[in-house]
Design a protein around this ligand. Structure first.
Ligand SMILES: [Zn+2]
Length: 485
């Protein structure tokens, strides 16, 4: 028997890949992987197996194809309140709300123990508490009749044949658990994109970056160490560094952190640039809200006179999931659009919109994006953003996406390491040699070698893709075969 309560075993990747193997186009508004993660999180909140409930939703929605009574706009993944082919049942405001309700409803069936979170399930009161501790018990309860009446004369007969509602869901869970993760399925040599050596994919491009706020602005309500202004200042400098590493010319809107500038002026600073970016973290009101956690990327639409809105839209589509991936946000990401021709004071000049930076950029025909790096009203996000190493990862990921858009080339941006430093030869098999090569890659011309037992110290003056440049200028070695000394 498969208990409703407990810890999930399947990973979000297994759950998502299962659905995609059955239905490549799930009719949901967020990526299936993001939805799978919500099941694991919401399950944990109520002590319910999120992976098992996800299997229930696969069954209820036909792998999110929604060919039955319930329609995708209801965001109802478990037939909540759906009692007949004419009664569509509940509508939910967002995916996380829906999944949490599902967990609460399932918990009610599993146990009479109280809910951990405020009851959002409007039908919890109808549940006979503790009447179905196992998924196999759910036939005739969550789903009525819960078996194929053409095949079986009773629920008991269907249960005996393990072919009732609950058994079908358990079978789905077992299939999910047998899914290999995408990474594991790929052949070894396809796992990592080969980094291009010394690539400058952004050569000739000019990018303007705006730290969203100045001074000490937008403090986290519960953690006095965090200011949105501080985070965006640090982040935009890292973005600048990595975009420059990829060959771009980068300008910033503020000469220093203490300088205030009008929104529209910051946008128009992007004159003659290929892209404008404004960095932020978001807030839900002025209190903490631990549930809301997603990346939002804003761009303008409805402009027909230039191409810039189309460009910003395309970059937004690539950037938003990449940011959400690095940040691991609970609700993934949203791409939000604003009308380009909104003139609040009707003076014919579009410089007074709430998204004034984007209007400014558009005025000078530069594609613009506002990047909201999730919410500083969420303590997990705040702790994450306070870690400079995370900002570094974020900036690198963002630079890579931008480079990919402009050049079509996938590149890896290397983290800066402090050079020079000293190494000694290590990890080379006895009797073998460590090759020195002209360029930092294994196929470059060999310019020398070091014996496996060479006792000398060597100075590394530059690093690239795991290779180190020797101070003597003779060439590069693969740093795998060295230790820092
Ligand atoms: Zn902001």
């Amino acid at each position: 028997m498969t208990k409703i309560l407990g810890k999930s075993v399947a990973t979000a990747e297994q759950m998502a890949n299962y659905v995609l193997s059955k239905n490549p186009n799930p009719r949901i508004e967020i990526p299936i992987l993001a939805l799978a993660k919500l099941y694991l999180i919401a399950g944990e909140i109520e002590g319910v197996r999120g992976d098992l409930e996800f299997a229930r939703s696969c069954h209820e929605t036909g792998n999110f194809g929604f060919k039955g009574t319930v329609t995708p706009d209801q965001k109802n993944f478990c037939g909540h309140g759906t009692t007949s082919s004419t009664n569509k049942g509940s509508y939910f405001p967002d995916e996380f709300y829906s999944v949490l309700v599902q967990m609460q409803h399932a918990k009610g069936y599993a146990t009479a123990e109280p809910l951990n979170y405020e009851c959002l399930d409007t039908r919890y009161k109808y549940v006979k508490l503790g009447s179905a501790p196992n998924m196999e018990d759910m036939g005739g309860k969550w789903a009525v009749p819960g078996y194929d009446t053409k095949k079986y004369t009773s629920l008991e007969a269907a249960n005996a044949a393990k072919d009732s509602y609950g058994y079908k869901i358990v079978n789905i869970l077992n299939e999910i658990l047998s899914v290999g993760t995408e990474e594991a399925d790929k052949p070894e040599d396809e796992k990592k994109e080969t980094p291009k050596e010394d690539a400058k994919p952004l050569a000739g491009k000019k990018i303007c970056i705006d730290a969203g706020h100045y001074g000490k602005y937008n403090r986290c309500p519960s953690n006095p160490a965090y200011y949105e202004s501080d985070m965006t200042w640090k982040l935009h400098l890292l973005q600048k560094k990595y975009l420059e590493q990829l060959g771009a010319e980068v300008i910033t809107t503020r000469p220093n952190q203490a300088t205030d500038l009008a929104l529209h002026a910051r946008g128009t600073a992007a004159r003659n640039c290929d892209l404008f970016i404004s960095d932020h973290s978001n807030a839900v009101g002025s209190y903490m809200n631990e549930l809301v956690d997603y990346v939002a990327v804003y761009h303008l639409t409805a402009d027909t006179t230039t191409e810039c809105d189309d460009i910003s839209k395309t970059i937004a589509k690539a950037l938003a999931p990449a940011i959400a991936d690095v940040m691991g946000t609970k609700q993934g990401y949203k791409i939000l659009t604003r009308q380009a021709d909104y003139d609040r004071n009707s003076d014919g000049i579009m410089n007074d919109n709430y998204y004034g930076v984007l209007h400014g950029a558009r005025t000078v025909e530069t594609p613009g994006l506002i990047l909201e790096h999730s919410f500083h009203t969420n303590s997990t996000t705040v702790n994450w953003l306070l870690d400079d190493a995370n900002l570094d990862r974020l900036a690198r990921a963002e630079a890579q996406v931008i480079a990919k858009y402009f050049s079509g080339i996938g590149v890896e941006v290397n983290k800066d390491t402090d050079v020079p430093y000293c190494i000694r030869v290590a990890n080379v098999p006895e009797g073998d040699v460590l090759n020195i090569r002209k360029e930092p890659n294994a196929s470059a011309e060999k310019t020398g070698e070091l014996a496996y037992n060479n006792p000398n110290k060597f100075t590394i003056v530059a690093e690239q893709n795991g290779w180190g440049k020797l101070k003597s200028g003779i060439g590069w070695i693969n740093l795998k075969y060295s230790v820092k000394v």
